[in-house]
Design a protein around this ligand. Structure first.
Ligand SMILES: [Zn+2]
Length: 179
């Protein structure tokens, strides 16, 4: 079964891409579907770095100079994909009643002494990349670290030309900063 491009485009908008890709692949092991999906995302960005995996509507993991980095559709680069990209974004925190009430209009507002809302924004284009409501002081949630090599090798049946150790480098990066 071949997948209609328009259908894939509908699936794409407004969803976290990696979980959607996994669902897509689980339903039908149709690598053509993934390729079309990446093709669409690639057509929408103004740069040429090869997209390995879309992460969110704005962010993708791309191959660049032998590295795998997270890149915004505007071209802003967030660095190694194994480090939570949120560390390199602009972060706006709402943690008092006034600022929280702006986003919780008409809905039950969380207790500001426990909860904060963080908005992660691309420094390049100002796009709001993600919003999370978390307990105060809790580190940024690393939504998902895709195992790119396994995905390409086992799911798509064509390994990537290079390999990267599948490991979360976020904590190592934070300790470099504070070390
Ligand atoms: Zn951007």
């Amino acid at each position: 079964m071949s997948f209609d491009k328009a259908e894939i485009e509908m699936l794409m908008d407004g969803v976290l891409a990696w979980p959607a890709v996994q669902d897509m692949m689980r339903e039908a092991k149709d690598e053509d579907r993934f390729d079309k999906y990446v093709e669409i995302v690639q057509e929408r960005v103004p740069w040429d770095d090869r997209i390995l995996l879309p992460l969110t509507p704005a962010l993708s993991i791309v191959a660049r100079d032998g590295r795998r980095i997270v890149k915004c559709r505007c071209g802003h680069e967030f660095g190694d994909y194994r480090v939570n990209w949120k560390l390199s974004s602009l972060i706006y925190v709402r943690d008092d009643e006034e600022s929280l009430s702006e986003v919780y209009q008409g809905r039950e507002m969380p207790d500001p002494s426990w909860t904060q809302v963080r908005e992660y924004v691309c420094p390049g284009c100002g796009t709001q990349l993600e919003v999370e409501a978390v307990p105060r002081g809790c580190p940024p949630d690393f939504d998902f670290l895709p195992d790119l090599d396994t995905f390409y090798e086992d799911w798509l049946g064509r390994p990537l030309p290079d390999k990267a150790e599948y490991t979360d480098l976020t904590l190592a990066t934070i300790s470099e900063w504070t070390g």
